[in-house]
Design a protein around this ligand. Structure first.
Ligand SMILES: [Zn+2]
Length: 491
């Protein structure tokens, strides 16, 4: 061993010790009677002043949520249990005075009154409890990238379903805060089914608050499996150690799904047939598009305020386009149903009025002030989906079937997917021009950056014709266009 190596070794040991001491140790316990969670965070190494904040929003929903309103009974104590002074230092912030820089424990209660079964927030009802991380776990702004440990204390007989990494000693752990709050936690009594896709373990978890579950859970789980296989096949990897479909069979206040890096929460009706294919595929596709391939501002996150991008149409709308593609590829939707759904989306867009005055970039940028899904009656989900369809058709036609939107997705994933930084605001346009040529620049600008009508004639390039509210094979199509259409609709 030489001297330089010795120095490096000593520094490394010192740094590792410092890191371990900077870990955050969380504990959570539901109080079913009070419908509150008791939450605590322990810092083994703390400064004279320690700041804790609660997020202003939840990744995946571009809207300010006032989680701080559910937090009460905020306290801090030193290692001997002696109270420390806590001051409310901001709308979403508390500061602990710790004059002796001793280890501290910061604790509070969270009102778990998110309309059951829970979605954006925290919920406890009967023997069911749910936590969406940003609503319940405060962060230390100076320790975002330290290890976050979690102990969950539950009543006897309750189970836990979460995609968070088990630490092996009964605790869970995440390498940073972004990941920590991106693993929703289902607790209590529920049904679970295990399966495998892409060589990774999957689980579907079903719970209902009212009556019995109506659906055949094995049948529904098999559909999840086929969708999962289609998604992994498309992207070429399964970038998670495990994946969890958390299905709430009572919508509560919000019917729909929320994506997470290794799981999704689906709030739907308790019906005999769940009809959840496209929603599940949408959220599963997000595992890549938005959770890993994302606009630069969407990870690492600034939780203190709205973060804006003009590209939500790509992260959400194009994801919705691919949701339909995945279900088609999974063999759970016929080509005719696929085209019918596309035609329905075109009709929705054309029936709107806001598209005449706002671009899809405006709809993305201004979502925060307009409920989170767009502006007026212009949804970036809807117009983004149609743009995805048109770009796919145009790329296939102009490259004689050599390239498609699939290549754009995978090309961008290779360039900008985690752990690489997210993409800039002009990156999609640049990638499109790279794939399809200079002519795609003005096409992109018209579709994404203007209020002009979309160029539906592009569908003709793969032999499709909008007719009578549907999308049909054009009788005028050439032999080559028919072949392109057959390929477009094949599994
Ligand atoms: Zn989405």
């Amino acid at each position: 061993m030489n001297k330089t190596m010795r120095t490096v070794g000593t520094l490394l040991a010192f740094t590792l010790a410092g890191l371990a001491a900077a870990d955050l140790h969380y504990a959570i316990e539901p109080d079913s009677v009070a419908r509150q969670y008791r939450v605590s965070v322990r810092l083994d190494k703390a400064a004279e002043k320690e700041v804790f904040q609660i997020p202003a929003w939840c990744p995946g929903f571009y809207f300010v949520l006032n989680y701080q309103e559910k937090i009460s009974d905020v306290r801090a104590a030193d290692a001997n249990g002696q109270p420390l002074k806590v001051e409310r230092s901001g709308t979403r912030e508390w500061t602990v005075q710790n004059p002796n820089s001793e280890p501290i424990s910061f604790s509070y209660r969270v009102l778990a009154d998110d309309p059951a079964p829970g979605f954006f927030g925290a919920s406890i009802q009967g023997d069911k409890a749910f936590v969406n991380g940003p609503s319940t776990f405060v962060y230390s702004p100076t320790r975002m990238t330290e290890t976050h440990w979690l102990t969950i204390r539950l009543p006897r007989g309750w189970e836990i379903a979460t995609a968070m990494d088990p630490a092996g000693d009964g605790r869970y752990k995440s390498p940073d805060y972004d990941e920590f709050i991106d693993h929703p936690i289902q607790m209590g009594r529920f049904e679970r089914r295990k399966f495998a896709a892409g060589g990774k373990p999957f689980e579907s978890v079903f719970s209902t608050l009212r009556g019995d579950i109506q659906a055949n859970l094995d049948f529904e789980t098999e559909r999840f499996r086929r969708i999962s296989e289609a998604g992994i096949k498309f992207w070429g990897d399964a970038p998670f150690p495990r994946y969890l479909y958390l299905v709430h069979l009572d919508p509560g206040a919000f019917s729909g799904g929320l994506e997470h890096r290794s799981s999704t929460v689906l709030n739907i009706w308790n019906t005999r047939s769940l009809n959840v294919d496209t929603l599940a595929a949408h959220e599963f596709f997000h595992t890549w598009n938005v959770k890993r391939l994302r606009p630069a501002v969407l990870g690492p996150f600034d939780y203190t305020k709205p973060v804006r991008t003009k590209n939500l149409w790509f992260s959400e709308g194009v994801t919705d386009y691919y949701a339909h593609r995945l279900v088609l590829w999974a063999g759970l939707m016929t080509p005719e149903q696929f085209l019918g759904n596309m035609a329905g989306q075109i009709a929705t867009l054309q029936n709107g009025r806001t598209r005449r005055t706002k671009t899809v970039e405006d709809a993305s940028w201004e979502a925060w002030e307009n409920g989170g899904f767009g502006v007026g009656d212009l949804s970036y989900y809807n117009k983004g989906l149609v743009i995805g369809l048109l770009l796919d058709a145009a790329l296939r036609a102009s490259t004689d079937g050599e390239k498609s939107l699939d290549d754009l997705m995978r090309g961008m994933y290779a360039k900008y997917g985690l752990p690489k930084p997210g993409f800039g605001e002009d990156a999609i346009r640049a990638e499109l021009v790279l794939l399809g040529g200079e002519a795609f620049g003005p096409v992109y600008d018209r579709m994404v950056r203007s209020t002009a009508e979309l160029p539906y004639e592009l569908l003709g390039g793969i032999g499709l014709l909008p007719e009578g509210g549907g999308l049909v094979a054009s009788p005028e199509a050439t032999e080559r266009q028919r072949e392109l259409l057959a390929k477009f609709l094949s599994r």
